[in-house]
Design a protein around this ligand. Structure first.
Ligand code: NAP
Length: 259
């Protein structure tokens, strides 16, 4: 399917690896020029070069912490007028409800709620003026079904989801869509870190931890970053202009709900 976005420009945050990279890869395959971002310069430049070689699109790689004012300024200076924003950042650490104090919550809110809100606030006016824009926020299945050890993530992402629900409807009339993609477990470094925490807590091997988790997913496996990226690229396409303010689960059926 021709996504109809060749020649558009996208900012894909936190995209040297994992789900962000999957999104950057799928957009590059659709002919979209990119600004890619991550904190570590070496892996980011490698990822950008791979997509330049694979897809022949223009890519700027900006090494910066997207959860800081300075990092966001660097990224926005490199691409002040993107047609597409994919917001993403690392997830908060796991723990127990009694572990977290105010500073932990502020850090989680900064990374997973206030950073995407700041990016939208900076970029939506240009999209509205140009009468076309796509925003996809990478959130989590924890928005629909809490993951008890990820209380910081549950809390921060719920806040972002509430903001998007109203804002998406305020900008939709200008040709701008905002939607959230909710990953269930995908085979990335983040999943490895979560599985390692299970190994440490239960004294089991990584293979056992993965088998245990896979058994809770009706699809019987972890998702891939490529599958995730393809869904993101569709939401950014010309065909998705009537999809507004949705929270779309990509979880292999793990969240057990009818609606
Ligand atoms: P990942 O494989 O660990 O990749 C994270 C990417 O984000 C890397 O490119 C990393 O590069 C970059 N990054 C992290 N913090 C950053 C920051 N402050 N500024 C800029 N770049 C940053 O993680 P993932 O699995 O793709 O997860 C992406 C998001 O989805 C996370 O918020 C995660 O909690 C959420 N999620 C993932 C899963 C899953 O199963 N994978 C499930 C639910 C939710 P640098 O380290 O070099 O910055």
């Amino acid at each position: 399917m021709d996504l109809g976005i060749s020649g558009k420009k996208a900012l894909v945050c936190a995209s040297s690896k994992g789900l962000g990279f999957g999104c950057a890869q799928a957009l590059a395959a659709a002919g979209v020029d990119l600004v890619m971002n991550a904190r570590s310069e070496g892996p980011l430049e490698q990822a950008a070069e791979r997509l330049r070689q694979e897809h022949g699109v223009m890519i700027k790689a900006i090494a910066a912490d997207i959860t800081t004012d300075k990092g966001r300024d660097q990224v926005l200076n490199a691409l002040p007028d993107p047609d597409i924003l994919v917001s993403n950042a690392g997830g908060p650490p796991p723990g127990l409800w009694s572990d977290w104090d105010r500073d932990d919550f502020i850090a989680a809110l900064d990374a997973n709620m206030l950073t995407p809100i700041a990016l939208m606030k900076a970029l939506l006016p240009g999209m509205i003026d140009r009468k076309w824009g796509r925003v996809v926020n990478i959130t989590s299945q924890s928005v629909k079904s809490p993951i008890p050890v990820l209380g910081l993530s549950n809390a921060a992402r719920a806040g972002l989801t509430g903001y998007v629900a109203g804002t998406a409807r305020q900008v939709a009339g200008h040709g701008v869509t905002i939607n959230n993609l909710l990953p269930g477990i995908h085979a990335t470094d983040r999943a490895d870190a979560l599985d390692q925490a299970v190994c440490d807590a239960q004294g089991i091997t990584m293979d056992q931890a993965r088998d245990q988790r896979s058994a809770t997913i009706p699809a019987g496996r972890y998702g891939t970053a490529q599958e995730f990226g393809a869904a993101c690229a569709f939401l950014c396409s010309q065909h998705a202009g009537f999809i507004i303010g949705q929270n779309i689960l990509l979880d292999g059926g793990a969240v057990n709900t009818t609606l």
